[in-house]
Design a protein around this ligand. Sequence first.
Ligand code: SF4
Length: 550
Amino acid sequence: MHCSLSPWCLKAGLEKFSKYKHNIDVISATVNEDLNTVAKRIIDTSPDILGICCYIWNIAFLRELLPMLKVALSNCLFVAGGPELLSDNAFDRLPEADYIILGEGEVPFAKLVDALIEGKTPDNIDGVMVKGASHVDTYYHYDIPVMPYDESYFKQLKGRISYIESSRGCPFSCTFCLSGRREKVRYLPMEDTKKRILMLANGGSKTIKFVDRTFNANKKRAKEIISFIMDKHKNGEIPQDICFHFEMAGDLIDDGIVELFSQSPEGLFQIEVGIQSLNEATLEAIQRKTDVEKIKTQLEKIISLDTVRVHVDLIAGLPLETLDSFIDAFNKVFAIKPHILQLGFLKILYGSKMRSQTEEFGIIYNEQPPYEVISTKHMSKKDMLILKRAERALELLYNRRRFVNTMQLLAGKMPAFDLFLALGDVILAKEKEKNSPLSLEELTEAVYSYLIDKMPEYATEIKSAMLYDRLSSTATSFIPHCLRSESHLYNKLKDIINKKYPKEKNIHRAIAVTGNDDKAKVFWADYSNKHPVTEHYKVNCVYVKELLTD
Ligand code: SF4
């Protein structure tokens, strides 16, 4: 659950830049809520002016909501903005809007509201498009993000993920993205950044995300912020169980940042690094100049620390990427063992340069949001579906941290992509048969049967790895049938473990036996503290013969 920052920035912009005092309500809703309930919440506030933030993920919802509101609020003016409306035909796509704001909204919105109050025709305000007027592509840049946090912000936050903006814009200009297209990078002064960090850290959120498009674009500044957070965390000014999230450019992570992360408390930071592709022709086609070798080296260093959770992204469907080159990238990136490897599918965003290049690269995409690529000149629809099949297993088995060790073990014996594709097919077939998602037990049985059938030579290792994963990821003493070893010594071994390694009071413990004869082992886990980075519980292991000898 998160709390979008943009309406709060607009509210703060209105308070700061408008000549008048306003009665402002911020209404947050999710696309999973009932349309009528959301409409009623808005109608009940009887607005004179309604500001609407439009994104790829809420535009379909808004297109259903706005006609209802237009009828109920016949005297209200509708002002829309957001990345989803960065296009010439924005009024065609949101006909209920009376005005559309292009780009950063704080100043244009305030000027527009003032003009409306004063009865002036708002046709000459930078960043504001008026319905029916000829299209003016002006785009407002505001120097320093306004201060969006006030009492009402913290009141509604209720522990949800919160966001902080310490810079705007991106120094890069990847063609599929909107962030670097027109904006130069602007930074919030360091003292303000530090003040806002402390405010948010003590505002109830457990996760604070920097929305900065490339947090480490300025390495010196990034290090100062990381050090500041570590210091304040150490002296208690930042609560212990909090996590800060940064989006970073992998090849701009220098050894100074790695060094800081090596000293940071486990789980205080998580980073997201978009690798997107390892194909040089693709990277050139999307204007993304990166040093892929450096990215891999630096990420490997951070991942091996296990102090910072590392989330890595690859995008399928980029120009000139073939199925083979994508699979090659997948295998190489999986080998660096990121905590999460997200396999995303390219979206052709309104306002992106890529939208004007679809013909050149033979890109066919869905006209409906989120405008996902269906095929390209170099990757057929069938190829894309192969990637989707593998992605199902990647998500369920690896990214949800359920069978991480098993997948890493087997990826040492066969290409990781082939493994996920085969398991994806098994899972999808079972889901189709059942007509619903599988329970964890069903998933475990399906994966185990397939692996044992296909790789009987590794049967003992697979069973052991899956049992280890089960104990480390799932806080229950129930062991799925396929992973149990019916040892006649089980009760005796359990007694020895409990006596020799007494557990803390009120802590739940799971004990299981795996392997045969001399190689039989006992695993046990106490479900008290999950590792904040790996999200796993500690699993202990001892050979049965050692236990019995002792
Ligand atoms: S994809 Fe990332 S690096 Fe590229 S322009 Fe967008 S925000 Fe910047």
